[in-house]
Design a protein around this ligand. Sequence first.
Ligand SMILES: Cc1cc2nc3c(=O)[nH]c(=O)nc-3n(C[C@H](O)[C@H](O)[C@H](O)COP(=O)(O)OP(=O)(O)OC[C@H]3O[C@@H](n4cnc5c(N)ncnc54)[C@H](O)[C@@H]3O)c2cc1C
Length: 461
Amino acid sequence: MMQKKEYDVIIVGAGPAGMFAAYELAEKLDVLVIDMGRDIKERECKMKRRGICTHCDPCDIMCGVGGAGTYSDGTLNLRPDIGGDLAEQTGDPEYAWQLVDYVDKVFLKYGAPDHLYIPKGDEVEQLKRRAASVGARFIEIIQRHIGSDNAPIVIANFEKDMKDKGVLFLLNTKVEDLVIEENTCTGVVLKDGTKISSRFTIIAPGRVGAKWIDEILHKHKIEAKYAPIDVGVRVEVPSIIMDPITFINHDPKFHIQTKTYDDFVRTFCTNERGFVVKEEYEDFIATNGHSMTNEQSENTNFAFIVRVELTEPIENTVRYGRSIAKLATTIGGGKPVIQRMGDLRRGRRTTEKRLKKNQVINSLKDVTPGDISMALPHRIVTDIREGLDVLNEIIPGVASDSTLLYAPEIKFYSMQVIVDRDMESSVKNLFAAGDGAGLSRDIVNAAATGVIAGRGILKKV
Ligand SMILES: Cc1cc2nc3c(=O)[nH]c(=O)nc-3n(C[C@H](O)[C@H](O)[C@H](O)COP(=O)(O)OP(=O)(O)OC[C@H]3O[C@@H](n4cnc5c(N)ncnc54)[C@H](O)[C@@H]3O)c2cc1C
């Protein structure tokens, strides 16, 4: 595509944040969306081969139209306080709920399934009581499950509509830098040195862009702070163990404070009858999970992660998280480390032989049987063990000896760009949205921050 020299708005990143910003601006302003990944139809989802993502550059799972959401499980958490904090961002709890509803309706319009997972009345009360009795908290959420196989179709419909409305997409193109003069952003610089000017710029590069955002924030002295990260494991159990809970809530959230360190541990991203997948970053690997509407495994997996905040002498949680992930990648020989819960308890590594005779069959095959206590810091491992023991009292069997743990599962929220209520940063005409700017942690919240940024720009014109 021959690009013009100037646009009203440049959006960096075609994930949910970037796409929803484009949705707000389409037909009103001249919009260019730039993404370093491929078009939806060219993205080859290697996750369909059980997460054996083989070194595509950039990774097709994380990059391209639809962003990381395209091949995600596509679970929409319909709450403004899960995966972000829209009430705090907007200063208006009612508006926060309206944004969630709006995002959901847009997904429905582009083909998300009608069915909603609504936590069931009495059973929710019982679950809350059971959790409270062991010092944990159960958070109820209404969810819509698009499914990994449906999500690309929904995104393709979304992209087509944006194109029909005049939004331009410049793909396979990395934005290297921003043009900032006199504290005003006036465009972007591409990898090949080309400059494209814009009146407004939205940076929405997702978690895969966390390092890039870190660099530009420092280079241009854009106001930001370090956000906490989540580090832990992906847990895999027979579905039958989780069924009584996933029956009540498709993606149940439990919050636990651990005994020894009083750390915050939570369950996250449950994939009923799903698959564990490998995520590839520039210099390390991590794990995640997904489930499909048309294909099922016999297991259910979920993330079990510990919140890590740093104060002194370093606040840089991203650097700390990366060093943990690199250590885990080293000890796993470039693959996720897998360990049986029983082996972790007994302080011994899981071997190929032990894994083979385990009752739970691992859904991700590209793994190294090993010892998670060699891969993650002692404090994290202690939190995981203690947290899973608490969870076991709520969900009997979840911490049995045959439960599988994959490491590392790591959620970076990168530097949090300091923005005003309209998502404008300390640099004039530079807006930020989504996970990469540390402003969200899931699809719905990322999309909502994109909506706020789009509306913020419209206010200024
Ligand atoms: C396997 C997996 C499963 C998930 N499951 C769920 C789920 O079920 N429910 C849920 O709510 N969330 C889920 N998530 C998280 C969810 O996908 C993210 O929260 C969401 O996609 C964030 O949206 P975003 O727009 O901020 O960023 P992203 O979706 O990450 O998109 C960012 C885009 O920016 C591009 N980019 C980055 N840097 C540059 C640059 N310098 N130049 C050009 N382009 C750039 C990238 O290529 C990418 O396409 C999952 C994530 C993964 C990886």
